[in-house]
Design a protein. Structure first.
Length: 484
């Protein structure tokens, strides 16, 4: 997964800065208070040993990487570690290259970097580097462009199928918990995407070392005065592999829930978002994929709805297409359009983010050499649709004889779909006046058609059941009850 890269106006950003060690004697995870001169820092950048592409900017290089155990470990985009690392590196760039404007900062990244881009957006002013080294500037983040991100790792890696929002009922804001809950409580833990979890964990072990609870950073770094403390990512993986039951009383389960929400999910950074409510807001252009099986469209939807609930003029826009992780096709034409739209957003806000009315745009998914995909737009995620399909399914039952019985207390029942909620083309002004006449206790309602001559015909729409027709005569089709 790609990592995030910060950019500032006046200079290209470093895209492969694996460690700040060569600049200020620090290691990833916790920059030290050691300082060096600007000349030394510029020399570190210009040495740039072995960047792979000619079009990449000069970056610090250390063949040993950023690992300096027990420091320099992977914390899975923790707001207390990796988020501060990026801010530290950005401050070094701004201090080293004096033509860089520290008040015009943007951040972007895909997947793992998209997680960070959203987290960074919750902090419009980066004071952390300056607090450690007063020679480093304070940075103002203006724009964030997350690409196929997660904003709630608890839900993204283990979706639970429940709604989110204030009442935990909104499926367009589905989440692990309530955004204001510092423990990530609200909904039950879902079913892990085991293949993804296993593959991503193996990738992390190949390219780095996961935190094992041995960091020597006490007192631990705290954002908003809330400290996560020592964690062991390998223990998280082992507990996830163990599966159900995930008891709320299990301390490791509690730690995982809290860690993947409060400390690694943009949706739960309510302190940062609310601090922007009456002031300057970071402008966010979030790109998400319809066909992404890892981080689905709800990852950007939930943030759009949450921020618009705080302020209807919050500068946040969501763009969707057939992009992201597998199964996405990631067609070049689709990415050209998305990147062009994102660049226009950047140009509009980089000199100072500002409030505006925004919405959601979508490009349809097409297969093969079809015509150019259709575009749709709406003020909200729901506004992308012009029709509704409503499914009512009976409650499920456990398959294993060792499992507990369903606790909903509901017996499996069938219910018909109201005609007004059934997907259909919009009626034309000259078309038949569709209307629904409610009927109760009928699973397969019938329809009646009365011809101009006065004869009538009963038609049933359900498995050969005996029709029951309304006595009302009509010269047009009219359902007598909920349609099938």
């Amino acid at each position: 997964m790609a990592s995030a890269a910060t950019s500032t106006t006046g200079s290209r950003p470093p895209t492969r800065a694996t460690t700040p060690t060569a600049i200020a004697g620090t290691t990833a995870g916790s920059p030290s208070t050691a300082t060096t001169s600007s000349a030394t820092r510029r020399a570190a950048f210009s040495s740039d040993e072995g960047h792979p592409e000619d079009n990449e900017p000069q970056t610090p290089f250390d063949p040993t990487g950023s690992i300096d155990l027990p420091r320099g470990t992977l914390h899975l985009k923790s707001r207390d570690y990796e988020i501060r690392d990026t801010q530290w590196l950005a401050a070094l760039v701004a201090e080293t290259y004096r033509d860089v404007d520290p008040s015009n900062v943007a951040v972007t990244g895909g997947s793992y970097g998209g997680i960070e881009s959203w987290l960074q957006a919750s902090q419009p002013t980066w004071t952390f580097p300056h607090s450690l080294d007063p020679t480093l500037p304070i940075l103002d983040l203006q724009v964030a462009v997350p690409k196929y991100p997660s904003t709630d790792l608890g839900y993204g890696l283990a979706p639970n199928g429940h709604g989110g929002g204030p009442g935990l009922q909104d499926l367009y804001e589905s989440s692990q918990g309530r955004p204001e809950d510092d423990e990530g409580d609200g909904n039950p833990i879902g079913v892990p995407k085991s293949s993804y979890v296993t593959g991503l964990f193996a990738l992390g072990e190949t390219n780095g070392v996961f935190e094992k609870g041995t960091s020597l950073d006490a007192p631990f770094p705290c954002t908003y005065g809330d400290c996560e403390g020592q964690i062991n990512i390998e223990s998280w993986k082992a507990r996830t592999d163990a599966g159900d039951p995930t008891s709320p009383e299990d301390p490791l389960v509690r730690q995982i829930r809290r860690g993947l929400t409060e400390f690694r999910g943009a949706y739960y950074q309510d302190e940062g978002w609310k601090a922007q409510q009456d002031g300057r807001k970071v402008a966010v252009f979030s790109i998400q994929g319809w066909t992404d099986d890892l981080f689905t469209a709800v990852e950007s939807f939930r943030m759009f709805k949450y921020l618009k609930r705080l302020d209807s003029l919050w500068p946040v826009e969501v763009a969707l297409g057939d992009v992201g992780h597998s199964r996405a096709q990631n067609r070049p034409d689709t990415w050209h359009k998305l990147n062009n739209d994102a660049f226009q957003w950047l140009q509009s806000h980089i000199d100072g983010s500002h409030e505006e009315r925004t919405g959601v745009t979508s490009e349809a998914t097409v297969c093969g050499d079809a015509d150019p995909p259709q575009q749709a737009s709406g003020r909200t995620p729901e506004g992308l649709a012009n029709r509704t399909i409503l499914f009512r399914l009976p409650p499920g039952n456990t398959v294993s004889p060792l499992g507990a019985a369903d606790r909903t207390g509901r017996r499996p029942t069938r219910s018909s779909v109201p005609r007004s909620s059934r997907a259909r083309p919009a009626a034309s002004p000259t078309g038949p006046p569709w209307a629904a006449t409610p009927r109760t206790r009928r699973r397969f309602p019938a329809r009646r058609r009365t011809s101009a001559s006065g004869t009538s015909e009963c038609l049933t729409c359900g498995r050969g059941r005996r029709p029951a027709c309304s006595p009302r005569a009509s010269s047009t089709w009219r359902p007598t009850g909920p349609s099938c």
